[in-house]
Ligand binder design. Structure first.
Ligand SMILES: Nc1ncnc2c1ncn2[C@@H]1O[C@H](COP(=O)(O)OP(=O)(O)OP(=O)(O)O)[C@@H](O)[C@H]1O
Ligand SMILES: [Mg+2]
Length: 371
């Protein structure tokens, strides 16, 4: 069972939202509704997030990311559609049941969140547990552990204003981790940070995720961040999800010109990995003849020299040295070229693409780093 499932979600602000949804279902777009004083913040969003995945939602300002996220934990009621969390329809829960789910199972790190200035770092991290009504000793124990996970061991007794912006952000993360929630919703959590600290936080999140295996929905407007973190990335435009796929899918087969324009400045040679572009090894492939042997997570820039000196494909192995794929020169050149132009299809096309991936797609190494 998927951990989280959004099915045809709509959120319309303004007058006659139900009528607006009908119009949207019949092909109206945001602009038409705006003329009537109605804002279609999220239009027909469907996706699934599997346990342990990081699902990134990326899009420009105003594309509907925060609104979508708020529907995922029931903070905002969908105008139409449903949200299933562990198979349970959040839109059908009573207010009390919803509060219960929200305090124990789903944790949110808000886009504009603030620490309580007159509480210590520890008390701030323990806030979610206080809401749950846990006794003080238990709260402090779990908040202390969460702070350590977030790299803030030793800062428990400090005040928020003694921390840098990045550290304060990590207190927010610790607060979410302390609740032990399975699902973390993170809205632009690293956007306010300096580039270097931001990268560091991304590394820490990936590192934490290896151990904790939470399910995470992470919002960003930064493509590099999306590519570093996301197992799946949903690209939003004007309220609609225009593509869902891995970072490789988005780079190599963008669903339309809009997505392609997002990715045009990305240095593919550093973002794509050998694992992402490799083919199955041909029958009887002789590894000893390969000009080089790399692992799935090697950026393809490392393949240029070997591919230029030999007609034999580069071998890709797992950590134990077993052959898992090959990268022939032609394939390397093909992925570096301009993406093949595609028809601007109906936006539903995004969903079957994801399902195809879930069913038959082999898992690929995560992209190695931003450009
Ligand atoms: N409570 C509200 N009432 C009316 N309109 C709203 C409300 N919340 C959001 N909107 C509108 O919905 C659209 C999507 O907003 P949203 O905040 O979800 O975008 P976003 O992608 O998170 O943007 P950003 O990157 O700037 O945070 C915007 O046009 C916004 O003005
Ligand atoms: Mg937002």
């Amino acid at each position: 069972m998927s951990r989280l499932q959004a099915e045809h979600l709509y959120k319309v602000f303004g007058r006659r939202p139900d009528g607006a949804v009908e119009k949207l279902r019949h092909g109206a777009d945001r602009e038409e509704l705006r003329a009537e004083g109605t804002t279609a913040a999220v239009i027909d969003a469907s996706f699934t997030v599997e346990p342990g995945q990081i699902f990134v939602v990326m899009g420009l300002s105003g594309s509907g990311k925060s609104t979508l996220l708020r529907m995922l934990n029931g903070l905002s009621e969908p105008t139409a559609g449903q949200v299933l969390f562990d198979g349970q329809d959040l839109t059908k829960l009573s207010a009390r049941e919803l509060r219960e789910v929200r305090s124990k199972k789903i944790s949110m790190v808000f886009q504009h969140f603030a620490l309580f200035p007159h509480r210590s770092v520890l008390e701030n991290a323990a806030y979610g547990l206080e809401v749950q009504g846990l006794p003080r000793v238990e709260r402090e124990k779990r908040a202390t552990e969460a702070l350590e996970l977030a790299g803030l061991k030793g800062w428990e007794k400090s005040w928020p204003d003694e921390l840098s912006g990045g550290m304060q952000q990590r207190v927010g993360l610790a607060r979410a981790l302390a609740t032990d929630a399975d699902l973390l919703l993170m809205d632009e959590s690293f956007s306010a940070l300096d580039p270097l600290i931001r990268r560091d936080m991304q590394d820490q999140l990936l590192e934490l995720q290896k151990r904790l295996k939470k399910t995470i929905v992470f919002i960003t407007h930064d493509l590099n961040e999306a590519m570093r973190l996301g197992d799946q990335i949903a690209v939003m435009r004007d309220g609609r999800i225009v593509q869902i796929g891995t970072s490789e899918d988005i780079l190599v087969t963008p669903a339309n010109d809009y997505v392609a324009s997002f990715t045009q400045d990305v240095d593919r040679s550093r973002v794509l990995t050998a694992g992402a572009i490799m083919a199955d090894p041909p029958e009887g492939f002789d590894m000893t003849a390969a000009p080089a042997t790399v692992t799935a997570d090697s950026p393809i820039i490392e393949l240029f020299t070997p591919c230029s000196t030999s007609d034999v494909a580069v071998a890709v192995t797992d950590e134990k040295g077993a052959l898992i794929g090959v990268v022939p020169r032609g394939r390397l050149l093909a992925v570096l070229g301009e993406p093949a132009p595609r028809e601007e299809g109906p936006q539903d096309a995004a969903v079957p693409a994801q399902q195809a991936k879930d069913n038959g797609g082999k898992s690929v190494g995560k992209v190695s780093s931003g450009a």
